[in-house]
Design a protein. Structure first.
Ligand code: MG
Length: 167
């Protein structure tokens, strides 16, 4: 069972995960347009992961007898300045998402809803990974600066990323 408050918070999070998917798809198109195809592929995988996150929370609402409320998805920004700009925004966005997940977890704890706390644990661990990988790329892009050769090397490395299987 879900309280109205938790039901609303989870429905809102479904929407935010779909927004994340849109954001990364938009970033993927930026990399396509600048021929950084490894980074484009990385962002496309990120997009697929966010769809999976949205569905995982959707399933939580359904399984806990909540009412699903699918809201319109906000349009993501479509203009970016550079790879560093994109990955800095990725890191900022993931930190924001971590805050949202933490807020829902706090709500579940206040309400002694153990099932929601347990289901959210996966997301808490996932956010650590999301922030870690975005930060790593931001730092590497800062080291690379304006140099083309290391940028293309990083692009090729990011292109070899595989879809992380669902836990
Ligand atoms: Mg997510």
């Amino acid at each position: 069972m879900l309280s109205k408050t938790l039901e609303e918070a989870l429905n809102e999070q479904v929407n935010k995960e779909y927004y994340s998917a849109f954001l990364y798809l938009s970033m993927s198109s930026y990399f396509e347009s600048t021929n950084l195809l490894g980074m484009a592929a990385w962002m496309r995988t990120q997009y697929e992961e966010e769809i999976m996150h949205a569905l995982k929370i959707f399933d939580m609402v359904v399984d806990m007898e909540g009412k699903v409320d699918l809201k319109p998805i906000e349009g993501p920004p479509m203009k970016f300045e550079s790879p560093l700009d994109v990955f800095t925004k990725t890191l900022e966005h993931e930190r924001k998402v971590t805050g949202m997940i933490n807020n829902i977890y706090s709500l579940a704890r206040e309400e002694n809803n153990y099932a929601v706390q347990s289901a959210l644990q996966w997301f808490i661990d996932e956010q650590v990974e999301e922030e870690k990988s975005a930060l790593e790329i931001v730092q590497q892009l800062k080291m690379i600066g304006d140099e083309t050769t290391p940028l293309l090397m990083l692009d090729s490395k990011l292109g070899s990323r595989e879809m992380i299987p669902e836990a």
